[in-house]
Design a protein. Sequence first.
Length: 254
Amino acid sequence: MRIGFGRVDVTPPTGVPLAGYFQPRKMVGVLDPLELKQNGEDLHFLSQELGKLLELEPEDILITTGGSEALLLTCLSILDPYTEVIIPEPYYPNYTTFVHAAGGVIRALPTNPWEGYRYADRQRIESLITPNTRAIMITNPGNPTGVVLDQEEMRMIADIAKEHNLFLICDEVYREFCYDDKFGVPTMAHFRDIDENLVIIDSVSKRFSACGARVGCVVTRNKQLQAALLKFCQSRLSVATIDQVGATALYSVD
């Protein structure tokens, strides 16, 4: 007998659109944020779809309430007070909120328009690394600059993270907004030698222009980090089931 969940056994209202998803049969196991399962039906389909996209296992993916929660939970999991995150500037303003909420400090990596806002320079990045540095956070493709790292630049940044034992947080919510057929879809997930360093942030809302669907994910193969993230996920129980069902349907669209 489980006495901690506070789940009532009263049948929810029927006869309204989507009400069926709130029926008890549909809600079994919905409190597991890692792999939402129900009787005879597998509800971790969203992790499976994302896993196919990024060549990952479903257990490497934690579904979150949008990409914003994925970023916040990542910062809360890896940062201690006054630890530092290197971020190319200009950057998405809410990065400041997420880092500061975790007690961290942003070390901005300045860029400028006459250099095309490019920042993948080993010397410039390494000059910002201190004993307090915990992570490098990048957006690729960039927001708001639109900068897309090439393969050599991605490899170089991955090497820096690995050599200095830093987390590399890659916000890839705009990953498929890359229109160079020679380059294709940029993702750091292909670099398997940085599995312990890499954290990928993804989101349904950008890919499918569905910002009202608060479904994102944090991706990592680092088991220790997975465990820390899972504790935060469990504290808020789960992402809305209906949103996940709808998000999964979007992945079936050609």
